[in-house]
Structures are given as structure tokens and as C-alpha cells.
Ligand binder design. Structure first.
Ligand SMILES: *[C@@H]1O[C@H](CO)[C@@H](O)[C@H](O)[C@H]1NC(C)=O
Ligand SMILES: *[C@@H]1O[C@H](CO)[C@@H](O)[C@H](O)[C@H]1NC(C)=O
Ligand SMILES: *[C@@H]1O[C@H](CO)[C@@H](O)[C@H](O)[C@H]1NC(C)=O
Ligand SMILES: *[C@@H]1O[C@H](CO)[C@@H](O)[C@H](O)[C@H]1NC(C)=O
Ligand SMILES: *[C@@H]1O[C@H](CO)[C@@H](O)[C@H](O)[C@H]1NC(C)=O
Length: 527
């Protein structure tokens, strides 16, 4: 009956050669709803295939009983629609579990949080481990309801907020402007990530006692041009020295930095802080080198930039893996993945989930596996660091990947953005990674939260007035007393000689002026 439903079950990579009586096989089942170009079936499946094939090459003996199955529902669905379809896919999974009664089953899904919540309830009833690749909802760490669920999100906006606040605290920055490219967000261009991150940042900064003043500017990243950036930056420059940039795509971020340079905002008085998404699929990698003619300006501008992101995959280390994924996609799924398609944080996450599952599986003997429950299996991931080729990561005590944060600054020697601080989420600490001092654009060190003369330079006019007062007062005093004295002198002179007051002796006048000059000099020295 379930077979009548519009689900497709793919079976491949079935490596179930040696079936002994007492040996227990393993079924790794991926459960995917829809063909989303970023985390749907066609982009994710080759990742699992390749990761499993690689694990089989590494542990040919211990993983010999593993087979890979897939439950998939074609189409395009929103997150709630996909979640509503989950019970139907769960019936397919149920059938697979019944069909393979001797197997230990592990489920992997790249579904959104709502999908995983729906499937997680089934997983509890089956006592089958469920690995969520991108779902991040904290309710999934409730072990009463989801005793078999583990979540592996590689990006988490609350950790970005906390790391940014830790940086503000380190440098006593409390007057902040936030530029959000979150008007008209769409799935394309990764603007959705920045729209949700913007609202997350606004909420957190408004509530933080660390922030004295927050100015928020919203703009449409797709239509804004350099002139728009210029007007925005001019206003920002009058209100704060610390500028947060939540700007989708690396190209636009670069444009804004170059515009800031044109406005003389990259000489070290200002600092620009840009939280980034690790799913660089549609964003492109952030580079100041872009066009030889304007490179110099971008090189200067990027020295005033700090980028903030959850640990990025080490793309240079995994070029062979990415090549393998592209050819698997072509061969098995008849889809051509471009270079850009595969520079995708979620592709890497999929590989990491399959790799860590196979790593844990490879450590069990078949006897241990026979007694294994889903709840027990989950426990083997807790408090554990996985050192993978793509990056290392830690699964926390609650069964969720702990998203630490790296903060990058440009190394002017080689022009690369390098990790300068690491933020550790669990201990809430910011640690400088490089043994050398952090190099700031200005020789005076990091930008001041508030410039000495105020954002418009008007505070110093106030102090100028003060020094004018202290300078002029003694002169006036001297003059007044001189005139008063002269008046008396004149009065008596008039009385005695009858001459006019302006016929005073030259000597007296000179001594009075000298005295007032001395007084002026001293008061300037003092103020
Ligand atoms: C930036 O500084 C340069 C040289 O100091 C000056 O010529 C230019 O007018 C300044 N530009 C702006 C927009 O202030
Ligand atoms: C490089 O920049 C110049 C001027 O800034 C522009 O005219 C040219 O089209 C750019 N080239 C590319 C390949 O973007
Ligand atoms: C592969 O896809 C192309 C179109 O994208 C199609 O023309 C071709 O028939 C497909 N090949 C196979 C073997 O399905
Ligand atoms: C994980 O570590 C935490 C804190 O160090 C500890 O309380 C917890 O019992 C550990 N959990 C497991 C399963 O090892
Ligand atoms: C910058 O890069 C150079 C060359 O790669 C390296 O020797 C130097 O230590 C780096 N500087 C900092 C501050 O990390």
C-alpha cells in the first residue's frame, strides 16, 4: 500500500557480501524531501555516496556489512510542506526496517528543523539513530522526546552574535552601526541567511547591556549600488566608528569596503565587522583581489575589515573529494555540478555526517553491534571531536555540533584573510590565535569607540571655546583693571594736571601688555 505513494526508493552501493548467521548488517538510510538546489536530493546524494565509498576504502573489513539506502520524495517544497510529508516517508522507512530485520539502521536527513522534529518522533519509536545535517532547532536536544537524534549544523547565528559581542567587549566598543542587506530577501543569493542573521543581531544587540547606541540601516542588497553605499556610509560615519556589515555575497561586501575607502573610512579610524555564512555556494569566496585596476584600493580597504564565521571547510584540503563528488553526480545522477555548486558548506556537512557515522560504526565489533540500540549509538558521539579532512568539529554533550567562531583579519604580508581570534562557544571565551600582535590599520591601535572630538568633530570645538575662555579671561582681567587703574589715574590726573587719559606714559602700557602675554601663555600650558 505504501508503495503506491509517490516515493522513490533507491538502492545502491549495496555491499552486503558476507552474510553470516550471527553477523548484523547496517543500513544507512538517507531521507530527503525535494530537489532544493542547495540541500535537496541531487546535490546531497552524491555527497553521501562518495563519503561512504571513501569510508569503505578506509575500513574495508569493519564496514563490509554496510549498505546504503535512500528514501526520496521528488518535487519542490517549503519547510512546513516537507515536514507534512515526513510521515509518508516514515512509512517507507518503516517498511525498509521491516525488510531488513537483522540490520542496525541509521537515518541521515538534510531536512529542515520541522522535518527532523517530525521524523525524530518516529526514530524514537523505532529506536533508530537519526542524524540531522542542517537542522538547528534546540528542541531537538530534548533527550526525552528525541533520545536518538544528533544534529550537525555547521552554522549557527547565535554563536556569531556571541563572538561579535565578545570582540566588542575586548575593545570596549559600544556604539555600533548595523548595515543589513535584508530588504526583499530571497532564497537565491543566500539573502535569507543574512535576513535572519540581521534580525538575530538586532534583537541581541538591542537587549545587550554592552551596547550604548545602535543605529540600524536596512537596504536591498540586490539593487543598492555604490552611490547607495556611499550615502549610507556617510551617515554611518557620523554616528559610530564600529560598523557591522550583514551583506549577502562577497562581491557586494567588497564593493562596500572599496566605497568606504573612497570616503577615507579605512585609514584606521573605523572598523568594519562582517559576519559571514559558511555556505558560500551562491556567495562566492571573499577576495579583495578581483580586478587588477582596483586591487590596490581593495587591498587597503580590507585592512579595516574583520570577518566572523563558523569554521569554514578547508577547501584547499578537499579538492580531490570535491572532484569525486562532481564525477559521482555526473555518473549516477546525470547532473553536472559546477565548481560554484560544490563550493557549498552543506555539501561538506553531508560528507562530514556520513564520515563521522562510518567512523563510529567502524569501531564496533559485530557482537557489539548486535546489542546496540539507537540511544546507545547516539551516546558514542557526545563530547567527541571528529578530526576530518574538511575540518575538525566537536559534538557537544547535548548531541549538537558546537559551532565555534573564527574571526579573520587580513595579513598584509601575504594578502590572505587569516584567523586572528577564536571564539569558543562553551566557555564563552575569545582567544587570540596568532602569537604576533593584532595589526591595526592605524598606528595608534584599534579604533576608539568614540573619537576624542566626537563623531562630527564638534566636541573639540567645545574644548576650543574653553581654552579661548581661559586665554581671554586673564587678558580681560588685566585690561579691566588697567582701564580701571587708568581711569583712577586719569581722574586724579584730570584733577591735578587737566590732561587727557590717552596721554599715558608709554612705559606703563608696555608693562601691562607683557604681563597679560605671560598670563595667556601660562593658561594655555595648563589647559
Ligand atoms: C580623502 O583624503 C584625501 C587625501 O587626504 C583627500 O584628497 C580627499 O578629498 C578625501 N576624500 C573625502 C571624501 O573626504
Ligand atoms: C575592472 O575595473 C574597471 C574600472 O574599475 C572596469 O572598467 C572593468 O570593466 C573591470 N573589469 C572586470 C573584468 O571586471
Ligand atoms: C541526462 O540528462 C540529459 C539532460 O540534462 C538528458 O538529455 C539525457 O537523456 C540524460 N541521460 C540519461 C542517461 O538519463
Ligand atoms: C560531556 O561533558 C560534560 C561536561 O564536561 C559532562 O557533564 C557530561 O557528563 C559528558 N557527557 C558524556 C556523555 O560524556
Ligand atoms: C603573515 O603571513 C606571513 C607569510 O605567510 C607569516 O610569516 C606571518 O607570520 C603572518 N603574519 C601574521 C601577523 O600572522
Amino acid at each position: 500500500m505504501y508503495r503506491l505513494l509517490n516515493c522513490v526508493v533507491w538502492l545502491h552501493l549495496a555491499i552486503s557480501s558476507i552474510f553470516g548467521y550471527d553477523r548484523r548488517g547496517v543500513s544507512i538510510v538517507t531521507v530527503i524531501v525535494g530537489d532544493n538546489p542547495v540541500y535537496g536530493y541531487f546535490i546531497q546524494s552524491p555527497d553521501y555516496d562518495v563519503a561512504l565509498a571513501r569510508a569503505l576504502r578506509t575500513f574495508p573489513t569493519t564496514l563490509s556489512q554496510v549498505k546504503r539506502l535512500s528514501v526520496y520524495k521528488p518535487g519542490t517544497y517549503s519547510c512546513p510542506e516537507a515536514a507534512a510529508l515526513m510521515p509518508i516517508l516514515a512509512m517507507e522507512v518503516d517498511q525498509l526496517i521491516r525488510d531488513n530485520p537483522r540490520d542496525f539502521t541509521v537515518l541521515i536527513t538534510p531536512g529542515c528543523s520541522l522535518e527532523v522534529i517530525a521524523l525524530g518522533d518516529f526514530a524514537r519509536e523505532w529506536d533508530v539513530p537519526l542524524m540531522a545535517v542542517i537542522a538547528i532547532d534546540l528542541s531537538l536536544t530534548d533527550t526525552q522526546r528525541f533520545p536518538t537524534v544528533l544534529t550537525f549544523p555547521s552554522s549557527d547565528q547565535s554563536s556569531l552574535v556571541r563572538a561579535t559581542l565578545a570582540l566588542f567587549e575586548r575593545y570596549s566598543w559600544s556604539t555600533v552601526s548595523l548595515l543589513c542587506g535584508d530588504v526583499n530577501p530571497s532564497g537565491a543569493d543566500n539573502t535569507l541567511f543574512y535576513a535572519t542573521t540581521c534580525s538575530g543581531f538586532i534583537n541581541a544587540l538591542e537587549q545587550s547591556s554592552q551596547i550604548d547606541a545602535l543605529n540600524v540601516f536596512h537596504f536591498d542588497a540586490r539593487t543598492a549600488d555604490n552611490e547607495g553605499y556611499e550615502n549610507m556610509l556617510k551617515t554611518v560615519g557620523m554616528q559610530s566608528r564600529v560598523v557591522l556589515l550583514l551583506v549577502p555575497t562577497a562581491r557586494r561586501l567588497r564593493d562596500i569596503m572599496v566605497t568606504a575607502d573612497t570616503l577615507n573610512m579605512t585609514k584606521g579610524d573605523y572598523i568594519f565587522i562582517a559576519p559571514r555564512s559558511p555556505a558560500v555556494f551562491v556567495e562566492g569566496a571573499l577576495q579583495w583581489r578581483f580586478n587588477v585596476t582596483s586591487d590596490d584600493q581593495a587591498f587597503a580597504a580590507f585592512q579595516s575589515l574583520i570577518t566572523v564565521s563558523n569554521p569554514l571547510p578547508q577547501w584547499k584540503m578537499i579538492t580531490a573529494l570535491m572532484d569525486e563528488i562532481r564525477s559521482q553526480s555526473q555518473l549516477v545522477y546525470n547532473r553536472t555540478l559546477t565548481m560554484e555548486d560544490s563550493v557549498n558548506g552543506l555539501t561538506v556537512s553531508a560528507v562530514e555526517v556520513m564520515s563521522s557515522v562510518t567512523e563510529v560504526l567502524s569501531q564496533f565489533s559485530s557482537r557489539q553491534l548486535k546489542a546496540m540500540t539507537g540511544t546507545d549509538f547516539r551516546k558514542h558521539f557526545l563530547n567527541r571531536t571528529f578530526e576530518l579532512e574538511s575540518r575538525s568539529f566537536f559534538i557537544g554533550p547535548k548531541g549538537m555540533r558546537v559551532c565555534d567562531v573564527d574571526l579573520y583579519k587580513m595579513n598584509v604580508t601575504n594578502g590572505e584573510m587569516e584567523v586572528v581570534w577564536e571564539y569558543k562557544l562553551i566557555s564563552d571565551t575569545l582567544r587570540q590565535t596568532s602569537r604576533q600582535n593584532v595589526i591595526w590599520r592605524s598606528r595608534n591601535g584599534p579604533p576608539l569607540n568614540r573619537p576624542v572630538c566626537g563623531f562630527r568633530g564638534d566636541r573639540c570645538i567645545g574644548s576650543l571655546e574653553k581654552s579661548v575662555v581661559t586665554t581671554v579671561a586673564p587678558i580681560l582681567t588685566v585690561l579691566v583693571s588697567f582701564i580701571f587703574g587708568a581711569g583712577i589715574f586719569w581722574f586724579f590726573h584730570q584733577r591735578t594736571k587737566g590732561s587727557v587719559w590717552w596721554l599715558l606714559e608709554e612705559m606703563r602700557l608696555i608693562s601691562a601688555v607683557t604681563h597679560s602675554n605671560l598670563g595667556t601663555f601660562q593658561s594655555v600650558q595648563r589647559s
